[in-house]
Every structure is written in structure tokens, then in C-alpha cells.
Design a protein around this ligand. Structure first.
Ligand code: DHE
Length: 584
């Protein structure tokens, strides 16, 4: 298939907006300015579902407060946390969206707020009313809700963490050697998003060895440096620590680190293997360093503080990706709203030293270059990739990706036929893939520059993937509204990248899975340990059939389809070896 031209791309993006219910009214669509957030990225905003369930008190009444019952306030609060807090902030002080504190909302008034919620705005506010997402009564209630003081969800400090902390099997009672015949290094931990579970699947036989219960809407898995312990975090901030040496691997410790979270990681530097785990929270804004054997919480660090640029106080900067450095005893912690990367030295956690790098706001996900020295991470709402040198603990570059909302996952490292080692990211908001030079020694002219832009299948891409032994670069597009696009994957042959407009092959993954019902989305390729096959999740609604499709990396042919009633909403897949060794 040849790359698509710009007109085709524009059409696809506007259809994305309509399918996602983001820019519905005709009037809005016509005046749709360039910065209108009407693509898949606008819908890909955090939903604070756990926070939404917390019972809150209606704030003390002030003169002029609108009438609102406690039950209405609770209901409105749930809607706010699930649908609005991702952009406007838990405390309504603004994030990618505007501040909605009473000083602002009262200035605008009830009628204005009602219209705003109903029709949305060209600056990116979805049209909750005309899209049918909220009823007239709900909009009335939400307009009154934002006129009142914000609800402040509870903090979650050491005593709450310790109360939630459970060691099911103490280290002394665990096996001293591996007690099963599993090939742990080639095991995949697969997120079963909507059932709050992970499936452990053998990479050679495709057998589901075990399904384990984890946190709510479980998000990612990471693995200890030795490969023994698997850490899984749910959106409810619950961390499960699973011992893969047990006869039947199971959770040996668990803890809650807050109310909302997305990231977990372990210490990887020589001498500190398996010593610590770390988890970052969206609420409260903090991270915690835990004992690597038991998850005992040791040190909590709040991330509240000044934005890197304006140096104004931000009360709730969320913790996004966390990465364990291979060069120093450090965790790299992305602080989203303040735009800082904290390099947290864990060699003495009683005297915690943090190098704070001024990066860019709205840091999200990222990964290492092929030498594992440089961390490349997306400031997604700013369309940039930030590069940090983990050896020198310094900022190297902030690069425009010339696409809308870069979303790399951990990215993909390939040896480009012209530019040498490069790292790739795709984009949520359009079909572009940016290739960034990562070899300051061998290719100094290309280092930390975007050297090439590729065109993939369409907007709504979340992840790219390759493997050191692979000659291919895979690009998904799960959030694209077109079922054919979201059900397929684009594959570039690395050797072809020397051409000006490289072509790609389309793999019809959903068709191969043989699933006709629903609009299953193909998401996140993950290689097996040897790098000769890549697995894709076919992510359907929770009451419909999903699957995992295994592709032969050499021939690009279908190798196997894993189907099982237990595979409910599979999304992320984490091969134990590739995840612990940062191979991607
Ligand atoms: Fe993710 C990684 C946050 C929605 C699948 N996701 C991450 C990371 C963050 C994040 C901060 C990096 C973790 C790290 O490396 O330490 N994700 C968020 C959100 O805030 C967001 C946008 C909305 C939300 O409310 O959670 C969100 N993510 C999703 C999904 O809808 C996905 C597609 C399906 C799912 O399972 O929820 C999804 N996110 C993933 C996956 C990774 C991830 C598979 C790990 C990729 C990797 O290769 O490491």
C-alpha cells in the first residue's frame, strides 16, 4: 500500500472526530480552527474512575451558591472525575483544559456554562450535550456543580498505604529457586483491562498458564531486574507483586499507593537489582519507593510544585511514565503538568537526591535509545519529544515531532539505512511517524533531530514496535474510527526507509483473528524473547470475543491466534525478558 496523501488524511481525522463524538454540531465543524482538539487524542484523556467513586461532602454554603442537594453534588462529582478531571484537573485548577475554579466560573455565569457544556468549544471542549453524552438535566447539574467550590479528594499518606499493604507470603517463606518448569523469560504478562486481571501466557506454546486478579482496569506490568518478580498496577493504584518462581506463580504482596495511578517500575542498576520498586500516582500527586521484596512503603515524595516554565504553583502534577536507569541508581519520573523529569537517586533513600530536569509540560510515556543511555519521552500535548542523558543527568534536547500528540509507548529503536540508529514515535492525532537520530558519536549531524517523517495507516496510533533482530517497524492505529484501520497494522521494512516515501504492508489483524462482532481495536505489538514473532491484542468490548494474534516477523504471515473466554479486553502485553532488559 502506498502512503496516503494529505487530503485523505484530513478526511480521516474529521471522521475520527465525529465517531468519537467530539465535534458534532455543524456550526462547530465549519468553524473548526486548526487547534481544535477534535481527533482521537482529544478523547484519550485520563478518566479518574476510582476518584469518582469516593464519597464527598458538599462544600460549606456561601452567599449566592446555586441550589444543589448532597446527592446531586455526589452524582456531579462522579461525572466530573470520570469525564472532566483528566483535562481540567482534580482540583479544577486546569491542566490541558482551562481552570474551572469558582472565580472563573462565577464570572461566566450559569447560562454560559450550560451552553459551553452543551455545545463544546473550538478550543477542544467536547460537546457533551449535542453528542448525547449528557442529558439536559445532567448539564444543568454540572453547570451548578462548577459554580461551587471544588471537592477535594482525600490525601493518601504513609498510614493509608500501610493500612492497605499486605504481604501474603513473606520472603523467608518463598522458594529459594524456581519451582516451576515455565520458561519465565519468554512469558507474556497480558493486561485484561476490564476484568481487572492479567493473563500469564507462555511465549512458545501460547498456553494461558494462569489468570491472576489484580487492580481495577489494570494498566501496565513491569518486571524486576532478575526477572523473578512481576509488578502490575491498576488504575485504582493497587500494585500486585507476583513471584514467578513459585510452583504456581501468585501475588506475594500488594499495596495501594493512592486513589488513581498508571505507573510502576523497579530498580535496575547493578548492585540494586530487585532492591526497590516505585509507583507513581495521578492522585494524590506523588510517588512512593517501596521495598523490592515486600512492597513495604519506604519513602513518599509529593510532586506538587512549580511549573518548569512559568514557575507558578501546580497543586496536582500527575506522575506519568517511570523508568529505571541502567547507568545510575536512579529512577526517571515524568511529572506531567509541571513538565519536569525527576531523576531520583535511590542509593540512599534516607537522603534522597533528586536532579530536576526542566523538560516540557504534559510529559507522558517514553523509553530508552538502543544504547540505553538516553531517555526519550513525549510531552504529548505539546507535540514534542524530550531527550535526557541518564549518564550525565542532563537535558539533551527538546524536539518538535511535526505531528499531533506523539505517543511512543516506549518507542522503537531501528538502524536506519541512511541515518544510523534512530528512535521512532507515532502520533495519536495524525498518521505520521517521527524518526529521531540517537547516535551523537557516529551520526552527529542527525543526533536529536527528526530525520524522517513516515506516514502510517491513520490517526489514532498508540504504539510502535520493533526488536534488535527484526527488519521491520510496526505501527498500530487502535483509536482510528475506521474499523479497517483500527483493525490493522502498518509494517515498514527498515531497508526501505532509504526511499523518500517508503511504502508499508498492511496486516489485517482483526480479519486474521476471525472476529466479526464489534469493532475490535488492534493494539500494542510486543515481541517474544527471540524476536522472531510479534503479538498484537485484538481488543474488543468486554462482552464480546477478543484475541491475541501472533505474526511471524520474517514472513509477516499469521502464525497463531490465541482465543479463550478468559481473554477479556486484552490490551498491553509485556514479555518478561524484553520488559526487564528494555528491548524495544
Ligand atoms: Fe496508558 C502506558 C497513562 C489510556 C495502554 N499509559 C502508559 C503510561 C502512562 C499511561 C503514564 C506510561 C507508564 C510507564 O511507562 O511507566 N494511559 C494513560 C492515561 O492517562 C490514559 C490516556 C487514560 C486513562 O484514563 O488511563 C491511558 N493506556 C490507555 C488505554 O486506553 C490503553 C490503550 C488500554 C489500557 O489497557 O488501558 C492504554 N498504556 C497502555 C499500555 C502502556 C501504557 C499498553 C504500556 C506501553 C509499553 O509498551 O510500555
Amino acid at each position: 500500500m502506498t502512503p496516503k496523501n494529505a487530503t485523505w488524511r484530513a478526511t480521516l481525522l474529521s471522521s475520527a472526530a465525529i465517531a468519537l463524538g467530539l465535534a458534532v454540531s455543524g456550526a462547530m465543524a465549519q468553524e473548526n480552527p486548526a487547534d481544535h482538539g477534535d481527533d482521537a487524542s482529544a478523547a484519550y484523556q485520563p478518566s479518574m474512575t476510582t476518584l469518582g467513586q469516593i464519597q464527598v461532602e458538599i462544600p460549606g454554603r456561601k452567599p449566592g451558591d446555586p441550589v444543589m442537594t448532597s446527592s446531586e453534588y455526589q452524582k456531579a462529582n462522579t461525572i466530573y472525575f470520570e469525564r472532566c478531571a483528566g483535562c481540567h484537573g482534580v482540583l479544577r485548577k486546569g491542566a490541558t483544559g482551562k481552570a474551572l475554579t469558582p472565580d472563573v466560573t462565577r464570572e461566566n455565569g450559569f447560562e454560559f456554562l450550560k451552553d459551553f457544556i452543551t455545545y463544546g468549544s473550538p478550543a477542544g471542549m467536547p460537546n457533551w450535550g449535542t453528542s448525547g453524552d449528557l442529558s439536559e438535566d445532567e448539564i444543568d447539574m454540572m453547570a451548578r456543580y462548577v459554580l461551587l467550590d471544588p471537592a477535594i479528594p482525600p490525601e493518601f499518606g504513609m498510614s493509608e498505604m500501610r493500612d492497605s499493604w499486605k504481604v501474603h507470603i513473606a520472603p523467608a517463606d518463598r522458594p529459594t529457586e524456581k519451582m516451576n518448569d515455565w520458561d519465565i523469560d519468554n512469558l507474556f504478562s497480558v493486561t485484561l483491562r476490564d476484568s481487572g486481571e492479567i493473563a500469564l501466557i507462555d511465549g512458545a506454546s501460547y498456553e494461558i498458564k494462569k489468570v491472576l486478579s489484580t487492580g481495577y482496569a489494570v494498566h501496565i506490568s513491569r518486571i524486576s531486574a532478575s526477572g523473578r518478580y512481576l509488578f502490575v498496577i491498576g488504575r485504582d493504584a493497587k500494585v500486585n507483586m507476583i513471584d514467578l518462581w513459585m510452583e504456581s506463580p501468585d501475588t506475594v504482596a500488594e499495596i495501594k499507593v493512592g486513589a488513581e495511578a498508571r505507573s510502576v517500575e523497579t530498580s535496575k542498576f547493578e548492585g540494586f537489582e530487585d532492591k526497590y520498586a516505585i509507583a507513581g500516582a495521578y492522585w494524590p500527586p506523588q510517588f512512593v519507593i517501596m521495598d523490592g521484596d515486600t512492597l513495604e512503603p519506604l519513602r513518599i515524595k509529593s510532586t506538587r510544585g512549580m511549573t518548569y516554565d512559568e514557575q507558578s504553583f501546580h497543586p496536582e502534577p500527575r506522575v506519568a511514565a517511570i523508568l529505571g536507569s541502567h547507568y545510575k541508581p536512579e529512577f526517571l519520573v515524568n511529572i506531567k503538568e509541571t513538565g519536569k523529569i525527576m531523576m531520583v537517586d535511590y542509593s540512599d533513600i534516607e537522603a534522597l537526591k533528586i536532579t530536576e530536569i526542566n523538560a516540557e509540560r504534559f510529559l507522558h510515556d517514553g523509553g530508552l535509545d538502543s544504547t540505553q543511555r538516553y531517555f526519550l519521552t513525549a510531552a504529548n500535548a505539546r507535540g514534542k519529544v524530550v531527550v535526557v542523558d541518564t549518564k550525565e543527568s542532563s537535558l539533551v534536547a527538546v524536539i518538535e515531532t511535526d505531528g499531533q500528540t506523539p505517543h511512543p509507548g516506549r518507542g522503537a529503536n531501528i538502524i536506519h539505512p541512511t541515518y544510523g540508529p534512530v528512535w521512532a514515535t507515532s502520533h495519536l492525532g495524525d498518521d505520521t511517524v517521527a524518526l529521531i537520530g540517537t547516535d551523537p558519536e557516529g551520526h552527529p549531524d542527525q543526533a536529536w533531530k527528526m530525520v524522517q517523517q513516515l506516514y502510517g495507516l491513520g490517526g489514532g496510533s498508540l504504539f510502535v514496535k520493533t526488536h534488535p533482530t527484526s527488519e521491520h517497524l510496526y505501527v498500530d492505529a487502535p483509536l482510528n474510527p475506521d474499523a479497517e484501520v483500527s483493525g490493522s497494522v502498518a509494517v515498514f521494512k527498515v531497508a526501505d526507509l532509504a526511499e523518500e516515501e517508503p511504502e508499508f504492508t498492511v496486516l489485517p489483524i482483526v480479519e486474521w483473528a476471525g472476529i466479526a462482532e464489534g469493532q475490535p481495536r488492534v493494539v500494542q505489538g510486543e515481541f517474544n524473547k527471540d524476536g522472531d514473532e510479534i503479538w498484537f491484542s485484538v481488543w474488543n468490548a468486554k462482552d464480546l470475543e477478543s484475541a491475541i494474534v501472533v505474526v511471524d516477523d520474517k514472513t509477516l504471515e499469521l502464525k497463531h491466534v490465541i482465543k479463550d473466554p478468559r481473554l477479556i479486553t486484552p490490551t498491553g502485553k509485556f514479555n518478561v525478558y524484553n520488559t526487564r532488559a528494555d528491548v524495544y
